[in-house]
Design a protein around this ligand. Sequence first.
Ligand code: PBG
Length: 305
Amino acid sequence: MVKTIRIGTRDSELALWQAHTVQDKLRNLGYTTTLVTVKSTGDILLDKPLYELGITGIFTKTLDIAMINNEVDIAVHSMKDVPTALPKGIVEAAVLERANVQDILLHKGLDFLNGQGIIATGSLRRQAQWLHKYPGHTVVDLRGNVNTRMQKLNDNNWNGAIFAAAGLERINLKPKDYLDLDWMIPAPAQGAMLVVAKQDDSYCLEALSHLNHINSEICVHIERAFLKELEGGCTAPIGALARIDKDQIHFTGVLFSLDGKDKVEISKTCKIAEKKDIGVKCAQWILENGGREIMESIKKEMSKE
Ligand SMILES: NCc1[nH]cc(CCC(=O)O)c1CC(=O)O
């Protein structure tokens, strides 16, 4: 049976770009598709509370609900925004070939680097890594979609703000002048797009299987296994990056304290064939080597707020 695949997306410029990319790829394979932009959450239409359905992510919640309510067939996400546990009945259908994984700094001149600086980011991971490298600087909170954050950087007296290179490249907003933060470990799955579908939707699962990029999938799964093993339901400054080079996987994982002072890092290389549990094992090593204390103090700190 031929059907029209309804692709769910959020309405930010980045989300639309990502959804159009998936749409083009499916079209090229001969599938019929339509884009459904989902704006605000329709929680009230659900017959069960969100936690019972396993819905947790703030960025993915709206689309999860649209899928459960059968308004869309598949949904396109930035994979780093997707919680490690998906809602009941929703599964990973494809990981697209990963783009630039790095973080970059947009700035108004770099003289501040060796003095006092004010850097904007809403990410605990970026905050901790920045303060670890530049303990004399101040980090201020910055939220909103990519376009909003760029506008706020222009409107304030901050020295710079940190962005995922992939997000800016996708919507052609990467300026000529930026600082590559090649020392900053990216978020697990940064730069990767994930398409999810319903577990029992064999038509969509088959269609999307053609979009999966196996080496990207291997890497993000290792990074997310590391994240899942470490965080245990609590957000923390965690970076993870797996890269494949010929038949080898190089993995680096790191956990910081919120103020960036404490850091536990691990790097491991293994053959792709021996990759089993490398993310989980590295996370366990981190916990046994000072990470457990860091996670405890983060939990304490967060429960105060
Ligand atoms: N949290 C927001 C978000 N989610 C995905 C991206 C960009 C694309 C990506 O990192 O995969 C961004 C923007 C950013 O982090 O600057």
